[in-house]
Design a protein. Structure first.
Length: 338
C-alpha cells in the first residue's frame, strides 16, 4: 500500500501529525508512506519513523511572486516529483485550499482515493476545497485535539482503529558535540539542563521577560542549568537577557531544525510557551511544562498519558493575562515528582 500524507505546515501542526504516521506503520506493516511538507520542515519530517520519502514544497515562498519565471520552474519541478508515484491513499491532514491543491495534483493508483475532512474542528483552519477534492470526506468531532484529529482521520481512511497508546516516532541522532552538551551539566555538578523555549511566532503567546529571568534563577538554585534556544535575532536578544547574570546558563547557537531536536534531546526537560519547539519536546517524551495565555491547551497541549495510573510528566499551565512564575514552578515540581 502506498500512502501520501499531506501536512504542509506549521511546525507544531507537522509534529502533531506524526503519531498518525506511527499508527499506520503499526497497523499496516509494509506500507510505503510519503509526506508533502514545506521545505523548512523537511529535516524534521525525515526524522519521523516510517516516512520513506519527503517531498518539499515552497508554497509560502511561491505566493510572494506567483507568476515569476523562477516560481514557474520550481512549481514544475515539484509537480514532477509529486507525480513520480501513484498512491492508494492520499490523506489531506491540513484541511486547507493549499493542501487540497497538492492532494488534487497527486496521482492515484487504480482504485486509489483521496481522503479529507468534511468539517471544521474547533480552533483549526478549514476551507471548502479540501472537501470538494476528497473522494471521501469524514466528519470528525468538532472538539478534537490536533493529534487526535489526524489519528482519527487516518484510521477512518485506512480502516483501522487508532491504538490506545501513542508515540511520535521522532528519532534523534547523538554525536560527540551533543554528548558534550549533556556532560557539561554533570561536570558542573548540575542535575541537568532545562531548555527554556521563549520564542513564538505570535507576540500574544509570549511570557514576560521578567518571569523567564525569575524562573531561570529558581532553576539554577534548584541545581539545574538553563539552555536557551533561539531562531532569530530578536529571540537571541531575549535569550541573552534571560542568561545575563546567571551562573549556569547556555545561549545556544542558532541551529537547524533537526540539530535543534537533537540538542533538546540532551536536556533533562523543557519549559516553554505554546510553540513548535515545545511540541517537539512533547514528541521527544521529555519532562515538559507548556505555558498558555489562551485556554487552548486542550487542543494543542500535552495529552494525558495513556496509562491513567502513571503520574504525568508533561502538563500545561493556563492563566490570563499570563501564568505566574509560582504556578509554572509548582507545575515543574509536579513534573519532577512524576
Amino acid at each position: 500500500m502506498k500512502i501520501l500524507i499531506v501536512k504542509l505546515s506549521s511546525l507544531g501542526d507537522v509534529v502533531h501529525a506524526m503519531p498518525a504516521v506511527q499508527d499506520i506503520v503499526r497497523e499496516h506493516p509494509g506500507a510505503q508512506i510519503d509526506w508533502v511538507v514545506e521545505r523548512g520542515f523537511v529535516p524534521l519530517v525525515r526524522r519521523c519513523k516510517g516516512v520513506r520519502r519527503v517531498i518539499a514544497v515552497d508554497l509560502r515562498q511561491w505566493r510572494q511572486s506567483p507568476f515569476s519565471a523562477e516560481t514557474r520552474r520550481a512549481w514544475a519541478l515539484f509537480k514532477n516529483e509529486l507525480q513520480q508515484e501513484r498512491y492508494d491513499a492520499v490523506i489531506d491532514l491540513q484541511g486547507l485550499t493549499k493542501s487540497a491543491l497538492v492532494s488534487w495534483l497527486a496521482r492515484l493508483s487504480r482504485g486509489g482515493k483521496r481522503y479529507g475532512l468534511a468539517n471544521q474542528t474547533e480552533g483549526s483552519g478549514f476551507e471548502a476545497p479540501t472537501r470538494w477534492v476528497a473522494d471521501v470526506a469524514f466528519h470528525l468531532p468538532t472538539h478534537s485535539h490536533a493529534v487526535t484529529r489526524s489519528r482519527e482521520l487516518c484510521a477512518l481512511a485506512l480502516h483501522h482503529t487508532a491504538p490506545i497508546d501513542m508515540n511520535f516516532g521522532l528519532e534523534t541522532h547523538k554525536d560527540k558535540a551533543q554528548e558534550a552538551i549533556k556532560n557539561i551539566a554533570f561536570r558542573r555538578g548540575l542535575r541537568g539542563m532545562v531548555a527554556l523555549v521563549h520564542g513564538t511566532s505570535r507576540a500574544d503567546k509570549e511570557w514576560p521577560l521578567e518571569h523567564w529571568r525569575e524562573l531561570a534563577q529558581r532553576l539554577n538554585e534548584a541545581g539545574f542549568g538553563v539552555a536557551l534556544p533561539h531562531g532569530n535575532q530578536a529571540e537571541e536578544q531575549v535569550s541573552n537577557a534571560i542568561a545575563y547574570g546567571l551562573e549556569h546558563a547556555q545561549v545556544w547557537p542558532r541551529l537547524a531544525l533537526d540539530a535543534l531536536a537533537d540538542a533538546l534531546a540532551t536536556c533533562f526537560g523543557v519549559i516553554g510557551v505554546d510553540s513548535g519547539l515545545s511540541h517537539i519536546a512533547v514528541a521527544l517524551d521529555l519532562p515538559h511544562v507548556q505555558l498558555y495565555n489562551f485556554d487552548t491547551a486542550w487542543r494543542t497541549g500535552p495529552l494525558p498519558h495513556a496509562v491513567a495510573e502513571q503520574p504525568p510528566y508533561q502538563c500545561s499551565v493556563f492563566a490570563q493575562p499570563a501564568p505566574s512564575v509560582d504556578a509554572v514552578w509548582q507545575a515543574w515540581c509536579a513534573v519532577l515528582s512524576a
